[in-house]
Design a protein around this ligand. Structure first.
Ligand code: CA
Length: 236
């Protein structure tokens, strides 16, 4: 099975990150996000992305320093610098310090996707695919993947330890993305109980535990969302 190509987005403007993530995922890419240069550098090292979209003006460490640091470490991941149009000199500096390409903001998404594809193809190497459970896992959303054979859930390639019920709740919701289920529905579907009064709180507790395990920020979940007054759904 072909491993999904992973794009690391390093950008401090959340709305840009969101639109990039959405469009890249729609094109079949897996994505990671970092909102400052230091975290971007960490994720570039730890997540081993296939390409980095790197903003220049970033908190903590600017994009040039991130790129330069990676190159000094011998990391040859393709880097596309995202630069503001008025900072035309940036593109020269960016290429000098080892970026592969640059794109000026505001960019057209079509152009960006084309550049990403071109840079990945250009640098594609026949990396042998390890037949691990993580590789065989089906991506469901963001960096979350489920291997229904091994009953394992992965985030960013790392296995997450879930109880059987947490696993069943997650796979049930994820297999019906964006469909909202009431607590009673979930009791019936996942717990196989009929309506059992106050026991529906079990659903809330399980959702909370699941969020603590799979969400980057459980207080502001990205995967399992609440539709107030209705129930829960898996956002994809
Ligand atoms: Ca910025």
């Amino acid at each position: 099975m072909d491993k999904q190509k992973c794009i690391l987005i390093v950008e401090d403007e959340k709305n840009i990150v969101d639109i990039l993530r959405f469009n890249l995922q729609r094109e079949g890419y897996d994505t990671r996000e970092a909102y400052d240069g230091a975290d971007g550098l960490d994720k570039a090292r730890s997540e081993n992305p296939d390409l980095i979209l790197l903003d220049v003006m970033l908190p903590k460490m600017n994009g040039f320093d991130v790129c330069q640091k990676l190159r000094e470490e011998g990391n040859n991941v393709p880097v596309i610098i995202l630069t503001a149009r008025e900072e035309e000199a940036d593109k020269v500096l960016g290429l000098e310090i080892g970026a592969d390409d640059y794109i000026t903001k505001p960019f057209s998404m079509r152009e960006l996707i084309a550049r990403v594809g071109a840079n990945i193809r250009r640098t594609a190497m026949a990396a042998p695919a390890a037949a691990t459970a993580a590789d065989a896992a089906m991506p469901v959303a963001g960096d979350l993947a489920i291997n229904t054979d091994s009953h394992q859930v992965f985030r960013g390639g790392r296995a997450i330890d879930l109880t059987q019920r947490e696993y069943e709740l997650l796979t049930f919701l994820a297999s019906h993305p964006n469909k909202v289920y009431s607590r009673v529905d979930l009791m019936e579907q996942v717990w196989n109980y009929g309506y059992v009064g106050d026991d529906v709180r079990t659903v809330d507790v399980t959702v909370r535990r699941l969020r603590e395990k799979i969400e980057e920020n459980p207080a502001s979940p990205a995967y399992i969302l609440t539709r107030r007054g209705v129930g829960y759904y898996f956002f994809a």
